[in-house]
Design a protein around this ligand. Structure first.
Ligand SMILES: *Cc1c(COP(=O)(O)O)cnc(C)c1O
Length: 383
């Protein structure tokens, strides 16, 4: 048995290349509050991503929280239950009511068909998620938002570098929010950003992330402290030099899984096949009843051999205690999200994953696929 393999592992450039950045910080003695590295990273990221303005944050959750403040969102916000809890938590922290819409079984993203029927006089915004970095149906969502006068804030925590028809997916909606947490495709240890499309909005967001200060003595809003510090910004600058290689490695690993899992009954995965430029942030597979093990059975079988896959996203956000009282949180209202949450498993994918380790993962999934009853009927594993 080899070493443990986790679902992800952070992108870490060589330590010695980070030291010159640190020396500069020690020389300048500017540790935070929009220093030189902060400014440089905002510019380089805007260039790299192909967006107008980047507002750096200390993490993605505070960026989401601030995005809602920046647009003065009130009342009800239509969102997806199939995401990391932070998406909905930021609505509660703003005193907003999450309204859950079911997802599309092909893309795992909020289904535009389900949005319109949930709009009430209290609805002011839609908060979709580009789940796994797979783009939402941005055109259809914008059409609905335009007709009803709603704001659109994308939780784009998974969508670093994703492009459709050569254009960054982050250019859609009023605002998009990235996470640079250690587990994400691009990281600054902890960090995040709001992407916006004009200088005035950037100015307002910059006030909000710095206590609402609009000058030495003027405070224009009950802002928060959500600034990225210079060490994190410097790490982001270094990491940008390695990001293309990291994305290429992810793509190779993605291809290798697609080939390795080919023909296993009951195992299917998302096929991006030329529809957009994906970042391969995750490798989600669906484990259905044609596979001899349940999803949890396969999760346990992998774990028994030191491979830590993750059930992203299970349980659904709508099933947690602080959400399940909501009318739109019921299982009947969210049949697709509930079905997918029972079948989903995210396999290890990160730039340093070796071919040998990846083949171990594939081999275990294949080996269990061969365990069928004499009748030919798959044996269901009860966890
Ligand atoms: C990671 C993540 C967040 C939160 O980002 P942090 O930087 O960890 O605060 C929000 N939404 C989604 C979908 C995420 O995956």
């Amino acid at each position: 048995m080899g070493d443990n393999i986790f679902v992800t592992s952070p992108l870490l450039p060589p330590l010695e290349e980070f030291m010159p950045y640190m020396e500069k910080i020690w020389q300048n003695r500017i540790l935070t509050n929009g220093g030189a590295f902060h400014q440089q990273l905002e510019e380089e990221l805007a260039n790299y991503l192909g967006v107008k303005h980047v507002c750096l944050f200390s993490n993605g959750t505070l960026a989401l929280l601030t995005a809602l403040q920046a647009l003065r969102v009130t009342g009800e916000v239509i969102t997806t239950p199939y995401s990391f809890v932070a998406t909905s938590h930021t609505l509660l922290w703003n005193g907003l009511t999450p309204v859950f819409a079911d997802i599309d079984p092909q893309t795992f993203n909020i289904s535009p068909e389900r949005i319109e029927e949930l709009i009430t006089p209290q609805t002011t915004a839609i908060m979709p998620v580009h789940c796994y970095g797979i783009p939402c149906d941005v055109e259809r969502i914008q059409q609905i938002a335009d007709v009803y006068g709603l704001k659109v804030i994308y939780d784009a925590a998974h969508a670093f570098g994703v492009r459709k028809d050569g254009v960054s997916i982050l250019n859609h909606g009023d605002l998009s929010v990235l996470s640079f947490h250690a587990t994400k495709v691009f990281n600054t240890f902890e960090g995040g950003a709001i992407i916006c499309h004009d200088a005035r909005t950037k100015q307002r967001i910059d006030y909000l992330k710095n206590f609402g200060f609009a000058g030495e003595t003027r405070v224009v809003a009950p802002g928060i402290n959500a600034k990225m510090n210079e060490m994190e910004a410097a790490f982001g600058l270094l990491q940008l030099k390695y990001i293309d290689g990291a994305l290429a490695a992810r793509s190779t690993i993605y291809q290798r899984y697609c080939e390795g899992l080919q023909g296993i009954p009951g195992i299917s995965w998302f096929d991006a096949a030329g529809r957009f430029d994906w970042n391969h942030a995750y490798y989600p597979v669906l484990v259905d009843s044609d596979y001899p093990l349940t999803r949890d059975g396969l999760y346990d079988a992998l774990k028994a051999e030191g491979i830590y896959s993750r059930r992203y996203f299970y349980p659904l956000i709508s099933s947690f205690a602080m959400y399940r009282h909501l009318a739109t949180a019921s299982v009947d209202h969210l049949p697709v999200a509930n079905a997918i949450a029972e079948q989903i498993l995210c396999l290890p994918i990160y730039p340093d994953l070796t071919q040998a380790d990846q083949l171990r993962v594939i081999d275990i999934i294949r080996r269990h696929a061969q365990k069928t009853k004499k009748s030919g009927k798959p044996v269901r594993h009860v966890a």
